[in-house]
Write a protein that binds this ligand. Structure first.
Ligand SMILES: [Zn+2]
Ligand SMILES: [Zn+2]
Ligand SMILES: [Zn+2]
Length: 139
């Protein structure tokens, strides 16, 4: 029973690896639908949650509050620079942030502190095309 949907999860996993940056469940579902896989949106959500829980995918919140995912090259703790326009992501180490977070937590008597720091902006290619995050929104 637990193995029944393995091929679907594998398919979602490979679609996530093919994506150039962070994508939402809807984005992945649309890509899989184009390939006529017959995988439903609910299955994509479940597969992404499983991959995120097992550490095979990074999950974070877009500035719009949407959950977005990526199959990351690094498995250890790291941060991201994410383009708001095209979703491209760069994995970054942030030694200053690690030092600051540890010091700030300790100064306030906190132990086992964790932090989430990701930087959203417009990448160089999108900026060169004149695209910005706000123009990308249809309103
Ligand atoms: Zn990552
Ligand atoms: Zn971009
Ligand atoms: Zn960190």
């Amino acid at each position: 029973m637990a193995q029944r949907n393995t091929w679907q999860r594998e398919r979602v996993r490979s679609a996530l690896s093919d994506a150039p940056g962070f994508v939402s469940a809807q984005d992945l579902h649309a890509a899989l639908r184009d390939e006529n896989t017959g995988i439903g949106l609910a299955t994509v959500y479940r597969a992404l949650a499983t991959l995120a829980a097992s550490g095979e995918a990074d999950q974070l919140q877009s500035p719009e509050g949407e959950a977005i995912y990526r199959a990351c090259a690094s498995t250890g703790h790291h941060h991201h620079l994410i383009c708001r326009v095209c979703g491209k992501a760069v994995e970054i180490q942030a030694d200053e942030v690690e030092t600051w977070a540890k010091r700030t937590a300790a100064a306030n008597g906190f132990t086992d502190a964790e932090h989430v720091v990701d930087i959203f902006g417009t990448c160089a290619e999108c900026a060169a095309r004149g695209a910005t995050g706000s123009e990308a929104r249809a309103d």
